[in-house]
Design a protein around this ligand. Structure first.
Ligand code: NAD
Length: 391
């Protein structure tokens, strides 16, 4: 069971850039980071509007002089304090991630960054180099990967419970943007604006989540892919509100990814189905406590979180906060990840590289692969869905 017991003397002094009042994802970060008392929010540059940042920060219980007008000021001022911040989470629109992350690493801070972490793989690789040079850790917020049943799926694939992996079906296809809602929704407006969103919309915004589940569960690497993308809301062009990707993996498996914001009527439909030579598994983020396990020729089974028949000794499978049968959800998955980020940051601070290497969490390599997916999909789509090599 995960709980709030201390792993080190004092909580990590933590700040946020972005995630201000009215933002979509700010609360998720604060809730997850502080759930187990391993992080304490002490500062923030939450908002583009300094007055709103201060008002918001004070309402969260921060001292007014630690609510900063911008991240540059925050990193500079906090570095002067004995009790200055040790880590920062970046929850701003995509175009700002690279510069803020770089500045944070150069200020010797550990970082949790939102995805897609940068616009280009070169930028993401550069962040990896700076982090390595400064012995800092980057966590990337692939928030669905903290679910215990995702880790159970990974373990089942690794142990060969499915046989040889043949087919992977990934999708994250919601219907929330089936009309031009960006006319009245700033959070959607920037997502369909290339200068802020980057080279993609749905591929980066949600496709990267489903793709990361595939990486976690199968460990397979893409060999080449073909992508078709389009916008059914024409004003979103050149960005896509719908995309289909075909993939060939090294070793012979094949897969598809459907990312969409125009799947009318759908809430999330983030599902992954992994088909092996003996059996298949299927997981859905709207029912995250269950994993469907279908062995050819046998009645299908539904594996439940928290049960003794799971691979309990595998990392993350026993990361329960309450027994099976109770509905754990999105916030628990995020909190599990933040718990691991805290352990990783602490291990790095003690320069215990062996311990750090043993802590599973979505890090900079996961971030790089998400960016690469977007890049390669655009490369393919721009050539009329030509097959492109992944490396
Ligand atoms: P949003 O537009 O709702 O909120 C952005 C917030 O950042 C606002 O408070 C804004 O004032 C602030 N901001 C913008 N630029 C800033 C800057 N330079 N300095 C300080 N604050 C700044 O956006 P959102 O939907 O919360 O998305 C933020 C990021 O989180 C995006 O990269 C998005 O892709 C990602 N996201 C991830 C998930 C996930 O599941 N991991 C879910 C939603 C969003």
């Amino acid at each position: 069971m995960f709980n709030e017991e201390r792993h080190f003397d004092q909580p990590i002094r933590w700040a946020m850039v972005g995630g201000g009042r009215g933002s979509q994802i700010g609360y998720s970060h604060r809730n997850a980071a502080q759930r187990d008392g391993l992080f304490k929010l002490v500062a923030g540059a939450f908002d583009l509007d300094p007055a709103r940042c201060r008002d918001f920060g004070e309402n969260l219980g921060l001292e007014g002089d630690r609510c900063y007008a911008n991240y540059q000021e925050m990193f500079e001022q906090e570095a002067q304090r004995e009790d200055g911040i040790q880590a920062v989470s970046i929850a701003t629109p995509n175009s700002t991630h690279y510069a803020i992350c770089k500045a944070a690493l150069e200020a010797n801070l550990h970082v949790v960054c939102e995805k897609p972490i940068t616009f280009t793989t070169e930028e993401a690789e550069e962040l990896k180099e700076i982090a390595a040079k400064n012995n800092r850790v980057i966590g990337v917020m692939y928030g669905y990967s903290g679910f215990p049943m995702v880790q159970q799926a990974r373990e089942m694939v690794q142990r060969g419970d499915l046989g040889d992996i043949r087919v992977i079906n990934m999708q994250f296809a919601h219907g929330f943007h089936n009309e031009e809602y960006e006319l009245n929704d700033p959070g959607l407006k920037w997502r369909v604006s290339p200068e802020v969103s980057g080279p993609t919309y749905v591929l980066g915004d949600i496709g990267t989540h489903a793709f990361y589940l595939c990486e976690v569960m199968t460990g397979l690497e893409v060999d080449r892919l073909s992508c078709m993308r389009q916008s059914f809301i024409k004003s979103r062009t050149p960005l896509e509100d719908n995309a289909h990707v075909m993939m060939e993996f090294k070793g012979g498996a094949v897969g598809t990814l459907w990312a969409s914001a125009v799947n009318s009527g759908s809430m999330h439909q983030q599902k992954i189905r992994i088909v092996g030579s003996k059996a298949s598994i299927e997981w859905w983020d709207e029912q995250p406590n269950q994993l469907h396990f279908e062995v050819q020729g046998e009645p299908s089974r539904v594996l439940e979180r928290g049960m003794g028949y799971l691979h309990q000794d595998a990392p993350g499978v026993a990361s329960n906060r309450v027994g099976g049968g109770h509905a754990e959800g999105y916030f628990e998955s995020w909190a599990n990840l933040y718990h691991r980020f805290a352990l990783a940051f602490d291990a790095a601070d003690r320069d215990d590289q062996a311990e750090l290497a043993g802590i599973w969490f979505p890090g900079i390599d996961a971030g790089i692969e998400g960016v690469r997916l977007c890049e390669k999909c655009v490369e393919s789509a721009d050539q009329n869905a030509a097959w492109v090599d992944y490396e």
